[in-house]
Ligand binder design. Structure first.
Ligand code: CAO
Length: 420
C-alpha cells in the first residue's frame, strides 16, 4: 500500500523536541526523512536523561522514529557543498535552530529558495517577529508566554505548566500541518514557500478558550467557573479554574475508592444538564431532580461544591473503572484518571498502534508512542530511530549520487565525521 507522503524527501535539520516531533509524523506518513546531525555530537537529546549508559536515550529514540541520520558539519566548506546538494534534492527543509543560526550558517531563506525554488522551508522559533524574536525558547517558556500557565492551576496557587508538551510537540504538530498544506499548494502553484510557527502562537492557539473567557469577562463574571459559585470576585484577567471544564459544563475531579494510597484513584465527572436527572438517581438524591435551587443549571451554580461533594461520597465507594462502567450506559460523561503505568499496560492501545514496542540495537525493546493519526490507506509502521550517522554513506551515494571518489574526498575533508 502506498504511503501518503511517499516520494517526499525531508531535510530534517531539527533537534530537541519541537522540530523532531514534526518530522517524525512526516516519516510515519512515508516521507524519507534525512536527519542532519553535527558529526560526533548529534541531536543533544541523544545523551539527555540517559537511562541506559552508552545507548541513545528514550528522549531521542521516542522522537526520531522513521528517519535516517547523516552526520554533516554544515560549517565546513565541503559540508556546505553537501548541504547545498541536499537542499536541491529535498522537497522540505525543517529546522528549529535558535533565531539567526541558519543565516549564520549561510543558509537563510533567500539562499535556500535560490538553491531550490520548489523547496518548502519550515521553521519553529520561540516567538514571532517582535521584541522577543531573538530569544531561545524551551517548552515551559512557551507555556508561560502562550497563556497556558496563567490559566492552569488552582485559584489560590501559583501558575502551573502542564505535563503535556503543548509548547514543543504542540508546535511540531502545527508546523506539520503547515508543511503538508504548503505541499498541497505546491501541487497547484509549483512553488515552494516558507512555513513558520512560533511556540508562543501554537500554545495560544491551544489556549484559545481562555482568550474567549478574557473577552467574556467584560460582560460580567464567568458563571460556569467554580469561583462564581463560591462568591469570589473576578479580577481583570482570565483566572485559573482548577479542574473546571472549559466548555461551560460543570465538571470536577473526584476521589474514587483507594484514593488514600493511589495518587490516581480519581475520576473526572461532568454534570451537564442533559444527564442531571440520571446523576441524581445514581447517587441517591432523586429529590434534587425537582428541588428548588437544584432543578435547573443556573440554580445549581452556587451549589456546585455541595453537589460535587455529594457525588464524591458516591464515587469514593467505587473504583474509577466502576464509575466509568456505571456512568457510561447512562451517557454521564466521566473519565478515569489513568496513570502512565496503566496506559503502558493497555493492550487495546497496542492493537491500534497508538502504543508500539520497538527493538533497538543499543537499548533492546522499549515502548514508544506510535502515530495518533490513523489514515486508512497509509498505515504506519514505526521503525526505530537511527544511530548517529548510521546512514551517512548511504545518503551520500543513493540520495546525493556522489561517486566513490567524491565520497572519499568528502570523508577525508572531515565534513561527515567518521562515516559509517
Ligand atoms: N554542523 C555545524 N553546526 C551546527 C550543526 C551542524 N550539523 N547543527 C547545529 N549547528 C550549530 C548551529 O549553527 C549553532 O551555531 P551558532 O550558534 O554558531 O550559530 C549551534 O549549533 C547551536 O544551535 P542552537 O543555538 O540552535 O542550539 P542551542 O542548544 O544553543 O539552543 C534551542 C537550543 C532549542 C533553545 C534553540 O535551538 C531554539 O531556541 N530553537 C527554536 C525554538 C525551539 O525549537 N525550542 C524547542 C526546544 S525543545 O524544548
Amino acid at each position: 500500500m502506498m504511503k501518503a507522503l511517499e516520494g517526499i524527501k525531508v531535510l530534517d535539520f531539527t533537534h530537541v523536541q519541537s522540530g523532531p516531533t514534526c518530522t517524525q509524523i512526516l516519516g510515519w506518513f512515508g516521507a524519507d526523512v534525512i536527519k542532519v546531525e553535527r558529526p560526533g555530537v548529534g541531536d543533544a537529546t541523544r545523551k539527555q536523561l540517559v537511562d541506559k549508559p552508552g545507548a541513545d536515550s528514550l528522549y531521542f529514540t521516542m522522537l526520531n522514529h522513521n528517519k535516517r541520520s547523516i552526520e554533516l558539519n554544515s560549517k565546513n566548506e565541503t559540508g556546505k557543498e553537501v548541504l547545498t546538494r541536499l537542499i536541491k534534492e529535498c522537497d522540505v527543509l525543517v529546522e528549529n535552530f535558535a533565531p539567526g543560526a541558519l543565516d549564520r550558517m549561510g543558509f537563510g531563506w533567500d539562499r535556500v529558495h535560490e538553491i531550490n525554488p520548489r523547496i518548502i522551508m519550515a521553521s519553529i522559533k520561540g516567538f514571532g517577529p517582535g521584541q522577543y524574536a531573538d530569544c531561545k525558547v524551551y517548552e515551559n517558556v512557551a507555556q508561560c508566554a502562550g497563556g497556558s500557565a496563567s490559566t492552569t492551576g488552582f485559584l489560590d496557587g501559583p501558575p502551573l505548566v502542564t505535563g503535556a508538551q503543548i509548547g514543543d510537540s504542540g508546535t511540531g504538530l502545527h508546523l506539520c500541518l503547515g508543511i503538508v498544506t504548503a505541499l498541497f499548494h505546491r501541487e497547484k502553484s509549483g512553488l515552494g514557500q516558507r512555513v513558520s510557527v512560533a511556540m508562543q502562537d501554537a500554545v495560544l492557539n491551544l489556549a484559545r478558550v481562555k482568550m474567549r473567557d478574557q473577552q467574556r469577562l467584560d460582560a460580567g463574571p464567568l458563571k460556569e467557573y467554580s469561583q462564581f459559585g463560591e462568591g469570589i470576585p473576578f479580577g481583570e484577567a482570565t483566572p485559573r479554574s482548577g479542574n473546571d471544564s472549559g466548555g461551560g459544563q460543570p465538571g470536577r475531579i473526584l476521589k474514587c475508592k483507594g484514593w488514600e494510597t493511589d495518587p490516581n484513584a480519581y475520576t473526572y465527572f461532568i454534570i451537564q444538564a442533559a444527564v442531571w436527572e440520571k446523576v441524581c438517581d445514581l447517587i441517591g438524591e432523586p429529590d434534587w431532580k425537582t428541588a428548588e435551587g437544584f432543578a435547573s443549571p443556573p440554580e445549581r451554580l452556587d451549589k456546585l461544591n455541595q453537589i460535587f461533594e455529594r457525588i464524591e461520597t458516591w464515587t469514593m465507594t467505587k473504583s474509577k473503572f466502576e464509575v466509568m462502567d456505571l456512568c457510561n450506559p447512562l451517557d454521564i460523561p466521566v473519565g478515569p484518571i489513568l496513570s502512565m503505568k496503566e496506559i503502558a499496560e493497555d493492550n487495546g492501545l497496542y492493537e491500534t498502534g497508538t502504543l508500539v514496542k520497538v527493538d533497538h540495537p543499543e537499548r533492546g525493546e522499549y515502548i514508544s508512542v506510535g502515530c495518533p493519526i490513523k489514515l486508512s490507506a497509509s498505515p504506519v509502521e514505526v521503525s526505530r530511530s537511527p544511530l548517529l550517522g548510521e546512514h551517512t554513506l548511504e545518503i551520500l551515494k543513493d540520495v546525493l549520487h556522489y561517486d566513490d571518489n567524491e565520497v572519499e574526498n568528502i570523508v577525508s575533508s572531515g565534513a561527515v565525521g567518521e562515516a559509517k
